[in-house]
Design a binder for this molecule. Structure first.
Ligand code: PGA
Length: 262
């Protein structure tokens, strides 16, 4: 198999934060910082800010990937409050998160719902950042790899390597999200390595070697260098620290030049 290079990806998940003007200003700052960096950078604003953010970036001639935090798996219909992939495409948005732990554990999405959204997004040629990760009690029972494997197998059921060309995985231990607790670099590497083995089993070695696996959970400028240097950590999905351009920029800088090969 020829060697594969995985370009680092730093993604900011803005969750339900910022007002429209704040989202536009932050996107502009991030885009300016990301210009010329040897890193892929994406931001995920709230649905209601997607259009304004993209228009502002276009108006300023700035390039930045802008994605949605969620999507419906249905094409259209009587689904009050939902947003379809076609609606996102209509805004020029073709990246989406699926299976974020807040959607799984706060909003109550099952593995089946995550699978339906993931499959719909990939079939619509979106880049899909599928989030997986164990809760604290599962970690304490030594179930990290089992939980990740179950979530990966459930979410990718029925999909083959071809369908997963635009798949990105984000490993986000639930106990590390928004808590200030961060996985050690060695623990993150072990979980990523195990997840890549599962991907290899499901999708084949080549796809597994190509697929970026991001770390998420209290990632910030002060711990990014150590985590992102790990062989199977191909970038980060950043929540709190992505809401401030300076800190997020420092994470982008930490990822620059850290392309991993397999
Ligand atoms: P955090 O969130 O960086 O604030 O822990 C990460 C995420 O939920 O994607």
């Amino acid at each position: 198999m020829p060697p594969v290079q995985r370009t680092p990806l730093i993604a900011g998940n803005w969750k339900m934060n910022l007002d429209c003007a704040g989202a536009v200003a932050l996107a502009r700052d991030v885009a300016r910082h990301a210009a010329g960096a040897r890193v892929d950078v994406a931001v995920f604003p709230a649905f209601v800010h997607l259009d304004a953010v993209q228009r502002a970036l276009r108006a300023d001639g700035l390039a930045l990937t802008v994605g949605a935090q969620d999507c419906s798996d249905a094409p259209n219909g009587a689904l009050t409050g939902e947003v379809s992939l076609a609606m996102l495409q209509d805004l020029g948005c073709n990246w989406v998160l699926t299976g974020h732990s807040e959607r799984r554990h706060v909003i109550g999405e099952s593995d089946d719902v995550v699978a339906a959204k993931t499959a719909a997004a990939l079939r619509a040629s979106f880049t899909c950042v599928l989030c997986i990760g164990e809760k604290l009690e599962q970690r304490e029972r030594g179930e990290t790899d089992t939980v990740n494997e179950r979530q990966l197998r459930a979410a990718l059921k029925g999909l083959d390597a071809q369908a997963c060309t635009n798949l990105v995985i984000a490993y986000e231990p639930v106990w590390a999200i928004g808590t200030g607790r961060v996985a050690s670099a060695a623990d993150a590497q072990a979980a990523h390595h195990a997840a890549r083995r599962v991907l290899s089993d499901i999708l084949g070695r080549e796809t597994a070697a190509r697929t970026r696996i991001l770390y998420g959970g209290s990632l910030k400028a002060s711990n990014a260098g150590e985590l992102l240097a790990m062989a199977d950590v191909d970038g980060g999905l950043v929540g709190g620290a992505s809401l401030e351009a300076g800190g997020f920029g420092a994470i982008i800088d930490a990822a620059a030049g850290l392309a991993h090969s397999a």
